[in-house]
Design a protein around this ligand. Structure first.
Ligand SMILES: Nc1ncnc2c1ncn2[C@@H]1O[C@H](COP(=O)(O)OP(=O)(O)OP(=O)(O)O)[C@@H](O)[C@H]1O
Ligand SMILES: [Mg+2]
Length: 184
């Protein structure tokens, strides 16, 4: 009796193992991306190498008072600049990141660390997200050194004051920034 039930289990287990994508890791890369920078793209390129699928998640952030670009514009720019990656998609989200990660069936969150100044906030967020969703891992990556000081906020400030941000944002982003709000 025991033998026959064991062999039934083994026979039943084989197709299940083949059906499940056992080692597939899906990650979310959340942010405002207002605007997307070469630092963001550097991180997306690194993430796309280690994850099976990376969802770039644009926060519909109400609290950031005057965004430069609407979230549909940010999504469009990110889709255009990540087209070369077959395993990257771009979505928007609202509310708790852990809920969005659950909806997306993601196992990991990708975040970038530029300098020590990022660390404290990122550490707090990672631990809070772990408390809310223990199954979700936060993975930190560092950009190429040449982008380690680049932030969307700084790009906007420099651009508005007439400084060059060429080489720090993708050409289509620069073109849209020029069209959208010419420097003073
Ligand atoms: N140059 C960069 N190198 C590595 N990671 C980055 C870089 N810029 C942003 N990130 C990371 O990307 C994620 C999303 O960041 P976010 O959209 O807030 O960009 P940001 O440049 O920090 O924008 P803001 O200045 O508006 O806060 C965060 O984990 C952030 O640390
Ligand atoms: Mg930021």
């Amino acid at each position: 009796m025991r033998g026959s039930s064991a062999s039934r289990c083994i026979v039943a287990a084989i197709p299940i193992q083949f059906d499940l994508p056992m080692n597939t890791v899906r990650a979310i890369y959340p942010g405002s991306f207002d605007p997307p920078t070469n630092g963001h793209l550097d991180l997306i390129a690194r993430g796309s190498k280690i994850f099976d699928h990376l969802v770039v998640a644009v926060l519909n952030n109400a609290e950031k008072e005057q965004p430069l670009f609407t979230s549909p514009d940010r999504v469009e720019m990110l889709r255009e600049t990540t087209r070369e990656f077959g395993n990257v998609s771009v979505e928007t989200f609202d509310g708790l990141l852990v809920e969005f990660a659950r909806q997306q069936r993601a196992q990991a969150v990708l975040r970038g660390i530029r300098a020590i100044s990022d660390y404290e906030y990122e550490f707090q967020m990672a631990l809070m997200n772990r408390r809310l969703a223990p199954e979700l891992e936060t993975v930190f990556m560092m950009p190429a050194e040449k982008y380690s000081y680049v932030s969307s906020r700084l790009i906007k400030q420099v651009f508005h004051l007439g400084g060059s941000v060429e080489g720090l944002v993708p050409p289509i982003v620069l073109e849209r920034m020029r069209r959208h709000s010419p420097p003073i």
